[in-house]
Design a protein around this ligand. Structure first.
Ligand code: ADP
Ligand code: MG
Length: 441
């Protein structure tokens, strides 16, 4: 059942139950008023007869019968019997019993005139009352049926009217595809719930479109970055193959190939890590990481890759408990983050050195990576965490622009904060704050 049918049915059910309740009570009260009213009339007939019998001396049964038969107050199929205190029948007025009705009502009472008690039995058929009641029943049944039908039709019509904009949204939304992500839903009056739904949906589309745009740019940047070393490899090999070379030339070629291949493998590693850091946290292997140990192993890895680099690690406020040094997260990613900021610090400073300062308190760990290198131009500070973005003053130094954006993603994933403080030509300080026990990761 769709929403429209559901709404129409519910509306109809409410109207029908109200109407039936009303109809039943109307019928019930009418019926009981009729019954008590008819009872009063029966009693009146009885008392009139007794009064005539006792008040008018000359009257006899035959005369009374003919008066009764003639009176306008006589009831349909009326029978009146009066007994005196000795239970002797004083008066009986029984109409022909062949045509007796089923719904005869009887009123039985004692009526005293001048201290003489009479037992009176009056019975009759309430033709008009019952006819009226039957008519009322027909009106109520037919009326209820019509009301239910009309309420269902009205419910169907109004729910259709209310749901119309939703059907419009559905057909508009069906138009949206990956290649047509710029299509937006009509936001109507921008006030009612359905307009709010469209506005929210459009906001989601804005974000999706931006996301797709970024992804597209990312893919094209990534292919460009991968192509550069590949072109250089091809070029070098082609030039060398042009003629016979001596051993020194071949050694030179291999050296340049090695450096290009290293940069290729670094880019692809970064891309893989980036993909990993952007996926669902649930897919990552998480464990307790000793940050101090990881800093030392990252330093070792850095020096292994770049023997000319220098890194010092110092501790202020070293936590006494092991918990103060431990973070819950993914070790390879965290190591990659530390490696990247250390590498940047050395790469972009003349002295090729980085100074790492560790400080910890109850809430978390703060790591500062300081260098006195070329710094980052103030206007570019916000851009350098974008993938592939490289500051204008750094473009002569080889790099891909992936490291910092990867690091930012990794720190975000661990519910940490990454801040960049830098003064051009003076130096840079990258601050990483990590929570000790992340609430949810
Ligand atoms: N310590 C630093 N000193 C100066 N510039 C830096 C430093 N760290 C990062 N940058 C700037 O941020 C840019 C992005 O860094 P990153 O993502 O690691 O890419 P890459 O090092 O491959 O260029 C760098 O190109 C550089 O301009
Ligand atoms: Mg880098």
């Amino acid at each position: 059942m769709n929403i429209r049918q559901n709404l129409a049915l519910k509306f109809c059910l409410i109207v029908a139950s109200l109407f039936l309740l009303f109809a039943f009570s109307l019928y019930f009260f009418s019926s009981s008023y009729r019954q008590s009213g008819f009872n009063v009339r029966l009693k009146n007939r009885g008392t009139t007869v007794v009064n005539l019998l006792t008040d008018v001396k000359q009257i006899d049964n035959t005369l009374l019968k003919s008066i009764n038969a003639d009176t306008k107050n006589a009831l349909f199929n009326e029978t009146i019997s009066v007994y005196d205190q000795n239970n002797a029948l004083v008066y009986s007025d029984s109409k022909d019993s062949t045509n007796r009705q089923a719904n005869i009502e009887t009123c039985n009472f004692t009526y005293s005139v001048k201290d003489k008690p009479f037992k009176v039995i009056v019975s009759a058929f309430d033709k008009f009352g019952l006819d009226n009641l039957r008519n009322l029943k027909i009106i109520l049944v037919v009326g209820s049926l019509i009301a239910i039908l009309v309420s269902y039709i009205a419910g169907w019509f109004f729910s259709g009217l209310a749901l119309n904009p939703i059907s419009k949204i559905i057909s508009d939304a069906n138009e949206i595809t990956v290649s047509k992500l710029n299509v937006r839903l009509n936001e109507g009056n921008r006030k009612d719930e359905i307009a709010q739904l469209s506005i929210t949906f459009n906001k989601v589309l804005d974000r999706l479109e931006k996301g797709f745009e970024m992804q597209r740019a990312f893919v094209s940047n990534a292919s460009h970055e991968l192509r550069t070393p590949l072109t250089s490899i091809t070029g070098h090999i082609e030039v060398t193959l042009k003629k016979e070379r001596n051993t020194t030339d071949y050694v030179e070629l291999l050296k340049s190939l090695l450096s290009d291949i290293r940069s290729l493998s670094k880019i692809s590693n970064n891309l893989l890590d980036l993909a990993l850091a952007t996926t669902d946290v649930g897919a990552l292997k998480l464990k307790n990481i000793r940050i101090d140990e990881l800093l030392f192993s990252s330093k070792e890895k850095l020096l292994r890759n770049f023997p000319e680099y220098k890194a010092t690690i110092s501790f202020i406020s070293f936590p006494e408990e092991e918990a103060g040094l431990t973070v819950f997260g993914n070790e390879p990613l965290m190591e990659s983050a530390f490696f990247n900021v250390m590498e940047n610090a050395c790469k972009y400073s003349e002295n090729r050195g980085v100074e790492v300062v560790f400080s910890g308190n109850k809430e978390g760990i703060e790591l500062r990576f300081k260098d006195s290198g070329i710094g980052i131009p103030a206007t570019e500070l916000t851009k350098i965490i974008d993938p592939f973005y490289r500051a204008t003053n750094a473009r002569s130094i080889p790099g891909s622009g992936l490291g910092l954006s990867l690091t930012q993603k990794i720190i975000e994933l661990h519910k940490g904060i990454l801040q960049i403080h830098s003064v051009e030509k003076k130096g840079t300080e990258i601050v990483i704050v990590l929570p000790l026990i992340p609430s949810v990761i």
